[in-house]
Design a binder for this molecule. Structure first.
Ligand code: F6P
Length: 363
């Protein structure tokens, strides 16, 4: 019997369970493969005793509709820079990749499927280069990987944000308010742009198009002067102002610090300071965008990714990441995939259309 290990790493994302189910169901068609899950990314295989779970047809029945991941996930315990306690009590950062490769082998594993974002795929690549047969599956609600047209989880995040937006519009309209809704996306504006088009926002602020506060204020004032006394703004957590007053995407720490304050609160204050007289209210959607059951499109992508990943294992094609490119499911070398960032709307088509719909980007 050959043994496959699956792990899910980084933030959770709607569709993770559908990938796991896809892998297990495809593997079950072969008589000589059994699938195991490592709890909380690779922590399950790194610990002593190991924390692993056998995943068969029964274990994955119906899980494709559930959010989260049945094998858990974590951002902690990166084997490339692992904090290990020394005998003298001090902590040393160790590269445990060579040790981890041996650990897989000594536990009898023949292949690994690693489901995760750019951080997790950097680990996949390091393991592959160290001799481990690995296949990667990309995961992020941010849709910021250029090697794939869509990542699973993105459509669900947009649906959640769009539903919330619809609810805010009624308050904006009834109270003649400016409503600001902040969405996730890290350094990418995909969720914000799709939500703004879907919901019919007046203003959309994304990291790829730094905004001029004066232009945002002009747009708001023109709406009130025209007698259409309400405004709905979608702002991406990574949005930037041209004068640097909002620089959310300045590295992981900067981004986190701004998120604690919430870019939408900073923008709200800026609008008041710039003389916007209408009431302004702020909403941060946060992790609601990552939770709950995946929408149908994400279930489809995730399930097919799972099947394709197992087929790459069966074909012995390692060091590959499954992707959806040009409406077809295929794979690319993990190394290529992690080095590219998917800026929103590379050809400018969507932004142009959004402007045609009257959405201002403050540029
Ligand atoms: O990358 C996915 C994502 O949800 C981003 O949109 C967001 O900035 C980040 O993860 C949040 O991470 P955490 O759950 O660690 O706060």
């Amino acid at each position: 019997m050959k043994k496959l290990l699956i792990a899910t790493g980084g933030g959770d994302c709607p569709g993770l369970n559908a990938v796991i189910r896809g892998v297990v169901k495809r593997a079950a068609k072969e008589k000589d493969w059994e699938v195991w899950g490592s709890y909380e990314a690779f922590n399950g295989i790194m610990e002593d005793p190991v924390r692993l779970v056998r995943l068969d047809d029964k274990a994955v029945a119906g899980i494709h509709v559930q959010g989260g991941t049945i094998i858990g996930t974590t951002n902690k315990g990166n084997p490339m820079s692992f904090p290990e306690k020394q005998e003298d009590g001090s902590v040393k950062i160790i590269n445990k990749i060579p040790w981890l490769v041996e650990r897989f082998k000594s536990n009898g594993f023949d292949a690994v499927i690693n489901i995760g974002g750019d951080g997790s795929q950097a680990i996949s690549q390091a393991l592959f280069e160290a001799g481990l047969p690995v296949v990667g599956v990309p995961k992020t609600i941010d849709n910021d990987l250029s090697s794939t047209d869509f990542t699973f989880g993105f459509q669900t995040a947009v649906q959640t944000a769009s539903d919330a937006f619809d609810r805010l519009v009624t308050t904006a309209n009834s109270h003649h308010r400016v409503m600001i809704m902040e969405v996730m996306g890290r350094n990418a504006g995909w969720i914000a742009l799709y939500t703004a088009i879907s919901g019919g926002a007046e203003i959309c602020l994304i990291p790829e198009i730094p905004y001029d506060l004066n232009k945002v204020v002009d747009k708001i004032k023109s709406r009130y002067n025209n007698g259409r006394g309400f405004v709905n703004i979608v702002i991406a957590e990574g949005a930037k102002a041209i004068d640097g007053t909002i620089t959310a995407s300045k590295g992981e720490e900067g981004r986190h610090a701004v998120r604690l304050g919430g870019v939408c609160f900073t923008l709200s204050q800026q609008l008041k300071d710039a003389g916007v007289e209408a009431d302004v209210r702020e909403t941060v959607l946060g992790h609601t965008q990552r939770g709950g059951t995946p929408v149908a499109f994400d279930r489809v992508i995730a399930s097919v990714f799972g099947v394709k990943a197992m087929e790459l294992v069966l074909d012995g094609k390692f060091g590959q990441l499954v992707v959806l490119k040009n409406n077809d499911f295929s794979s690319v070398p993990i190394k290529e995939a992690i080095s590219e960032y998917n800026y929103v709307d590379p050809n400018g088509t969507l932004v142009k259309a959004a402007k045609g719909l009257g959405i201002s980007f403050g540029d």
